[in-house]
Ligand binder design. Structure first.
Ligand SMILES: [Zn+2]
Length: 218
């Protein structure tokens, strides 16, 4: 893979690309080539364009993690996965919703994305492709966050957001608001400097302290 001369204007940390879709898509490029979440676009247009611009082909991806089954995170999965041997990884509770084998029973209602089989069923504490799974249910039943020690980075998914400050998600979109807050307290036990959220700006430096402050307030 030749990345020389590639555009790096959205390379947020070295090897960590943040693609500004409606819900953030993250790309890790080091000894892995990993995508986390896939935007709301059914054709994954912006994600595909970004990959193309930096000369990454979907077939080169090793893993596509899905933090949870909401349409703005899973919408582009089928298009990106199409023809790619990349493994799709999600929490085992979320897998049947992503595959559309079960009707999702939480907000925001029944789903419409094309179902995609989840290849790797994740559990709390498991490591896959260098990322540690943190089970953070409450937003959806099987939500996860991912911890990347090599970048001191938390990829929160929708376990928290950073819109007008770090806070919980709007409870209209949480299947279990109390459990969502327990998950925020769980995130506060991890040590990290940087964080990427599904919604809101990523935080470079001091992110762990902000999550710890939030955990005291929720
Ligand atoms: Zn969500």
């Amino acid at each position: 893979m030749d990345l020389h001369g590639a555009a790096n204007d959205m390379e947020w940390l070295q090897g960590v690309h943040v693609i500004e879709t409606y819900a953030t898509t993250t790309l890790l490029i080091d000894d892995r080539l990993v995508l986390i979440d896939t935007s709301a676009d059914a054709d994954a247009g912006k994600v595909m364009d970004y990959l193309s611009n930096i000369r990454v082909k979907p077939k080169d991806l090793s893993t596509i993690f899905i933090t949870h089954t909401h349409p703005d995170h899973v919408g582009g999965l089928a298009a990106i996965k199409h023809g790619s041997p990349a493994k799709v990884a999600a929490h085992r509770i979320e897998a049947d919703f992503i595959a559309r084998k079960r009707v999702y029973d939480g907000p925001s209602g029944p789903q419409s994305h094309p179902g995609t089989v989840v290849d790797v069923l994740l559990d709390d504490g498991q490591k896959h492709d260098g990322l540690e799974v943190i089970f953070t249910p409450g937003h959806t039943r099987g939500s996860i966050s991912l911890f990347d020690a090599s970048h001191s980075l938390l990829i929160a998914g929708d376990a928290a957001r950073n819109e007008s400050g770090v806070g919980p998600m709007d409870d209209r979109y949480n299947v279990d608001p109390k459990q969502h807050r327990e998950s925020i307290k769980k995130l506060a036990k991890f040590h990290f400097e940087n964080a990427i959220f599904g919604h809101g700006a990523p935080i470079k430096g001091g992110a762990g302290a902000k999550i710890a402050d939030l955990a005291k307030r929720v």
